[in-house]
Design a protein around this ligand. Structure first.
Ligand code: SAM
Length: 398
């Protein structure tokens, strides 16, 4: 059976003229646009026909009869009807995608349809229970906003399959890092010139902690704000992407040698003018800067993180969990959007509870919570990390 880029599960009632969500014509426009971008989409609704007056198949029956197509898709996108997030069809999709390690995107259209933290935490809990390591991504907001995000994401995924392979050579830091070395052009497309001469300035830690270029671009596109604080900048993977996305960046890095590498890499990508480089400890300096959003990529403390059942906030190697909590709390309290890259075994319920505490701390007058979403960082079928996005800008006082 052929592989599909996307399995598009549309709400069963979208052909019904009384349906409150996006109408079939809007879904059809989305589908046409994806195909114009050469994305291979499988959509069960097409088998029924766009002209059906009412598509009322039982969603569970529909999904059960299409498990083969789900298995052969790289990404499943579901549009549950607002108010029915946990309907049997979606629950079944979650279980089937987790079982098969297929990423699932849940799109909730409509201004009021914001995914709440407990949903995210609950669904991630389900992921653990099912033994999967898949990510769920929520897109919420207007139809135009969701369509835009979705199109960008699946097109970027398509691009990312055109991965590059560097000239084969032994990793200078030893064979245990060979996978990272073989992927060096996916971390930095300008790693070397066509003759194989290295252009990027990078040490071993930089090699295995830098975020791949395509995923950095995705993070930069998804994180709001004009001025971004890249709190743990490293050798600059994400700072470069943020600058290329048109943002002003304040890049903080503690290690002096890596600061020099960062500067050299910013210059190679022609973005030095958009990035203020700070050599310092983020916890000493963040309150001195004006920024709209923050990117957090603290060190995990080496490969031992994998052996933990659950990776907690206290396990980041930043010299004490209190400092990290205080920084996250400062951003939440000051309405700064956050993107936070974490390991696959990160304890989301703990983090979610922590964030809720801050939301509640704003008092009875504050509206519920920040919009939370989760995106995964996958390279060559290996899930390297997850990035949690907290959009705090919607937390306006009633
Ligand atoms: C995971 S790496 C960042 C990788 C980076 N996002 C990229 O894409 O290239 C973490 C970096 O944070 C730096 N770091 C650790 N503690 C820090 C602190 N307290 N303040 C600033 N930088 C710190 C480390 O030296 C390391 O380079």
């Amino acid at each position: 059976m052929s592989e599909h880029d996307v399995f598009l599960a549309l709400p069963s009632k979208c052909c019904d003229s009384a349906f409150a969500g996006p109408h079939r014509s809007e879904f059809k426009a989305l589908l046409d646009e994806l195909r114009r971008n050469e994305v291979d989409v499988y959509c069960p609704l097409e088998e029924v026909g766009w002209n059906a007056t009412a598509y009322v198949d039982d969603p569970v029956v529909t999904m059960k009869s299409r498990l083969d197509q789900i298995s052969n898709s790289r990404h499943v996108v579901a549009f549950p009807q607002v108010g029915e997030h946990t309907s049997s069809g979606v629950t079944m999709l979650i279980a089937s995608t987790f079982e098969r390690d297929i990423p699932l995107t849940i799109v909730l259209c409509g201004e009021d349809a914001f995914a709440s933290e407990w949903q995210l935490a609950g669904l991630c809990g389900l992921s653990k229970q099912e033994g999967g390591d898949c990510a769920i991504i929520f897109y919420t907001g207007s139809v135009a906003h969701c369509w835009n995000k979705l199109r960008n994401r699946v097109c970027a995924e398509r691009e990312s399959r055109k991965l590059q392979v560097g000239s084969s050579s032994d990793c200078p830091w030893g064979e245990q890092y060979q996978w990272y070395w073989d992927n060096r052009l996916n971390f930095f497309s300008k790693w070397e010139d066509p003759d194989g001469n290295q252009l990027i300035d990078c040490d071993l830690t930089g090699l295995y902690t830098v975020k791949p270029e395509l995923i950095s671009r995705d993070i930069a596109e998804h994180l709001g704000g004009n001025t971004v604080l890249d709190a743990f900048a490293g050798v600059g993977g994400v700072s470069i992407a943020l600058a290329k996305a048109g943002k002003s960046v304040i890049a903080v890095e503690k290690d002096k040698k890596r600061v020099d590498m960062l500067k050299s890499n910013l210059s190679l990508y022609g973005v030095s003018d958009s990035v203020e480089v700070v050599n310092g400890d983020i916890f000493d300096v963040y309150e001195q800067y004006n920024f709209d959003s923050v990117y957090l990529d603290p060190p995990w403390g080496g490969p031992s993180y994998k052996s933990r059942d659950s990776f907690h906030m206290r396990h980041f190697k930043v010299g004490g969990v209190t400092k990290l909590r205080r920084l996250v709390g400062y951003c939440l309290n000051n309405n700064k959007d956050i993107a936070f890259t974490v390991p696959n075994n990160f304890d989301f319920p703990e983090f979610s509870t922590f964030c809720r505490k801050y939301a509640e701390g704003r008092g009875a007058g504050s509206s519920v919570s920040h919009n939370m979403s989760l995106r995964w960082g996958k390279l060559n079928d290996r899930v390297l990390f997850l990035t949690v996005f907290l959009d705090t800008t919607r937390r306006v006082a009633k």
